[in-house]
Design a protein around this ligand. Structure first.
Ligand SMILES: [Zn+2]
Length: 153
């Protein structure tokens, strides 16, 4: 069926030049990077739900998965699955969430496609999770442990 395609609204929508995740991908903004290649980058969420909460992104700017090439969508989720193994190993988690929000209605805060890898413990079961803050030293140690686990994978 032809016709108008429905748009996904996000009041946080910005061009690539003002996008925080584009700046992280270009190395212009500091982050705790756990993985990087030509197409993707993964780094710690600075407002995590748990220790080791990682974001996996395409380097190319796009707001939702609809803005991505299909092959790169597949690659993004494959990488998220690979990163999840390292995150669980590095944090000793009992499980993990893969979560990908598209649009403000879905609580997408940064308007650049990203997959959340959120390690969870049995103590989290059935409970809502709040954002927590870690010291820079802890973030560095966590990202180093994830990088090490990824290198072994
Ligand atoms: Zn971007």
């Amino acid at each position: 069926m032809k016709g108008e395609r429905r748009e996904i609204f996000n009041s946080a929508s910005v061009g690539a030049d003002k996008c925080t995740f584009c700046k992280i991908a270009k190395g212009e903004f500091p982050s705790y990077i756990v993985f990087e290649d030509e197409t993707y980058i993964a780094f710690l969420d600075i407002n995590p739900f748990s220790r080791g909460h990682t974001l996996v992104c395409p380097k190319a700017h796009g707001e939702t998965v609809w803005d991505m090439k299909e092959a790169e969508i597949g690659g993004l989720f494959l990488l998220a699955a690979r990163v999840s193994r390292a995150v669980v190993e590095a944090t000793g988690a009992d499980g993990f969430r893969l979560l990908q929000n598209n649009g403000e209605a879905a609580n997408q805060v940064v308007a650049h496609v990203h997959v959340h890898v959120i390690p969870v413990m049995m103590s989290h079961k059935g409970k809502p999770m709040d954002r927590i803050k870690f010291e820079g030293k802890e973030m560095e140690a966590t990202s180093a442990a994830i990088r090490k686990a990824l290198a072994r994978a």
